[in-house]
Design a binder for this molecule. Structure first.
Ligand SMILES: C[S@@+](CC[C@H](N)C(=O)[O-])C[C@H]1O[C@@H](n2cnc3c(N)ncnc32)[C@H](O)[C@@H]1O
Length: 432
């Protein structure tokens, strides 16, 4: 029998699989993880889909072959599906950051946000095998950039209610675990906001504070060679250092070394953004996290030449900012809003920036100052120009305010890939 080579575009494949799953009356058709199961399976078509089974997989494969067409031209950005003598290429040409089909190591992206870690790890040859993020709008942004819809609440995949075997089945084998876990329970602003309304903070915050232990659960079961974690710099000081000691000791108890560094990203992007980066190596000595030296970059360098007028703040808002700033400066506490000095890095961009822009207002001649545009925010976090932004501004500000600075992770990941890439790739990993 003659072999055939066929192809299908990734988005057509997703639609075809959604329709088929519904036609079959499979429970996945109405499952909250349907889009994640389908899109992540397409990137790893040798696996059994999460929340599906082998029978469903075989039907998906058959349907994809039916809906595909003969392969033409180049097929660079693709994953390959082989069925007997027939090959099918799933094309990712319309996706800015497509999956690498043969990575030199595998990683997972927990608390994935819009994929700051993923951009960095993919750029040094990593293949993402699992991502989790529960914010609907962040998932959409992730999907339009990576062609993968992240799975949702990490508790579904690593919660206390699960047996080790279940966690093992949910989370694919991987070499590097990445997690910028939620920082509100540990950040200075988050702690004082929680205190003021009588809520608990740190590990005692039941919804957000315990998520570090989900990372621990995954690491305990899957034993990745490396973990890269990120959080606010206040993590180190929270609860007089007790929180951080628990984190370090817990990681060490799992058989990992633990190193950390507070890195201010201002020499790689024009933003003062000091974050705590932690690297843990299984059964190895401490990793030497690189220094970020050099001159701080000027905010001016990322500004758009002609931003739309809509970013100029209203007279009312600007007067309000000035009044509150004066009051608070006199009291020595709280809210202050100033126009930015364009020859210096900006203040730290936070998730609430879109509300009133107070952290960074761009002065304008003869006009009220303006907020940064979402594209400028993307640049402040080191996201490439091809990165597709959300359609509306409010989620865009939140997503970039929560994000990790991509070039910082890239520098760390490059060193890790150089040190471990080969041995990681050589490790025998099952296809799951
Ligand atoms: C600090 S942000 C990480 C951002 C990410 N590193 C990036 O580059 O965009 C933390 C993320 O965790 C997500 N998150 C919080 N709780 C979660 C949960 N239980 N399951 C999955 N994601 C969660 C939040 O929606 C947020 O996007």
């Amino acid at each position: 029998m003659k072999s055939t080579i066929r192809q299908i575009h990734f988005d057509e494949a997703v639609t075809a699989l959604k329709i088929l799953t519904r036609e079959l009356g499979h429970p996945l058709a109405h499952h909250s993880e349907r889009n994640a199961s389908i899109s992540s399976w397409l990137q790893h078509p040798l696996t059994i889909p999460l929340f599906g089974d082998k029978e469903l997989r075989d039907k998906w494969v058959a349907r994809l072959f039916e809906q595909s067409y003969p392969a033409l031209g180049r097929r660079r950005e693709s994953t390959k599906l082989v069925d007997g003598r027939h090959e099918l290429f799933i094309l990712y040409e319309r996706i800015p950051f497509p999956p690498t089909s043969v990575g030199s190591f595998r990683f997972i992206d927990l608390f994935a946000g819009i994929g700051g870690f993923r951009l960095a790890l993919q750029s040094v040859g990593g293949q993402c095998v699992f991502s989790s993020e529960w914010d609907k709008s962040a998932k959409e942004t992730y999907y339009r950039n990576f062609g993968e819809f992240p799975f949702g609440d990490i508790n579904i995949f690593s919660g206390e209610h699960l047996a080790d075997d279940q966690v093992r089945d949910f989370i694919p084998n991987h070499d590097i675990l990445c997690a910028g876990f939620p920082c509100q329970p540990f950040s200075r602003a988050g702690v004082s906001a929680r205190n003021s309304i009588g809520l608990k903070h740190g590990f005692a915050c039941e919804t957000q504070g315990t998520l570090f232990f989900n990372i621990v659960r995954v690491a305990a079961v899957k034993k990745p060679a490396v973990m890269i974690l990120e959080n606010v710099k206040n993590l180190v000081l929270h609860d007089k250092g007790k929180t951080f000691s628990v984190i370090e000791q817990t990681v060490r108890d799992l058989g990992y070394s633990f190193s950390y560094k507070i890195i201010n990203a201002k020499t790689v992007v024009p933003q003062n953004r000091a974050r705590c980066f932690m690297v843990a190596l299984h059964g190895e000595k401490e990793f030497d996290i690189p220094e970020f030296k050099g001159n701080p970059l000027p905010l001016r360098s990322i500004l758009e030449p002609e931003p739309p007028r809509s970013y100029t703040i209203s007279r009312r808002l600007w007067l309000g900012h000035q009044r509150r700033t004066e009051r608070n400066l006199a009291r020595g506490t709280g809210f202050t809003a100033h126009t930015a000095i364009l020859d210096k890095p900006s203040n730290t961009l936070v998730a609430r920036y879109g509300k009133d822009g107070k952290e960074c207002l761009i002065p304008q001649k003869g006009k009220n100052p303006r907020k940064l545009t979402p594209r400028e925010c993307a640049r402040l976090l080191g996201f490439p120009e091809e990165f597709r932004l959300p359609d509306t501004d409010t989620p865009a500000y939140k997503q970039f305010g929560n994000s990790v600075v991509v070039p910082v992770v890239t520098k760390i990941a490059k060193l890790l890939a150089a040190r471990f890439g080969k041995s990681l790739a050589g490790r025998k990993l099952s296809p799951k």
